[in-house]
Design a protein around this ligand. Sequence first.
Ligand code: 2P0
Length: 332
Amino acid sequence: MKNTQRHFVDQIIPHRTPKQKGIGQAPVNIALSKYWGKRNVDLNLPTNSSLSVSLPGLGTETHLEWMENQSDEIYLNKTLLKSDNAFAQRTSLFLDLFRPNTQGGFVVNTINSVPTAAGLASSASGYAALALALNDCFQWDLPLKRLSLLARLGSGSASRSLYNGFALWHKGQLDNGMDSYAEKIDQAWPELCIGLLEIDVSEKPISSTQGMQNTVNHCELYAAWPDKAEADLQKIHQAIERKDFQQLGQTSENNALAMHATMIATWPPILYWQPESVAAMHQIWQLRSEGCEVYFTMDAGPNLKLLFLRQDTQTIQDHFPSVKVIHPFSDE
Ligand code: 2P0
């Protein structure tokens, strides 16, 4: 696995000589058309393309420095992690792909403004920020498209977190993974709002990586997923271009529920929802039947992300007092 990944990295980076300290910052992203399933586990190549919107103000900032004659030191939110910590081990394994020798180590300072493993995809902003910090530290000067290939190796959804606004991660066709990158969709939608509805932010029982692998291997319904995901992505892309909010909302909600249907139909079953998640869905459907255009999407966790337009903010806040409202395009 390591050799395959190192060979992949060799085709992208110009050298392995760190020049200075590096810094990277990246937002979390919410997929409107989801990534669920890999066609190649070593290279994190997905079975389907996906489309996301980034959440400005929520994400990761990473500082990186190469030190000769010491091992990696990894800080998460200013706390030094023990070397057997899962986050530290995963980070060090990723950094193995870039280190110039085995005598030195990286000092990594990661500040997350999202709870780790809470279904808000902190690994997405984490590996995107790390790819940017590496680019800065080694002074590679790589374009974002190339950095998204590197971020993808850390976590698939990280490929989309190199960008603000909408991003499209192409699944690619090649076995070597060089065409499986994300790029920005150059469209702003200032009225679009995302409402974060936290049901439970504790560590999830099964990681997305494991969950999607189990689904691919042990779900008869999964065969229908890749084609549906591609069709949904096209509809959402079109909805963004036409600013057709109903098409965006309906397709996104249906796409998320279809992804969860494949999880539920896996054996043993994977169910990230909690009773409060289902209660919130009913509340959203009730509001919609009363004429308020609100939809939801969900990832590998119990939390909901509401989709609505700015004009409905007050109604949404009245019905969901704890909702955190994000404007993905407030600065554009
Ligand atoms: C997404 N998720 O498109 C989907 C929807 C979760 C549900 O991408 O194994 O953490 O590291 O590539 O990127 C979460 O999966 O998985 C994810 P790996 P990742 O946002």
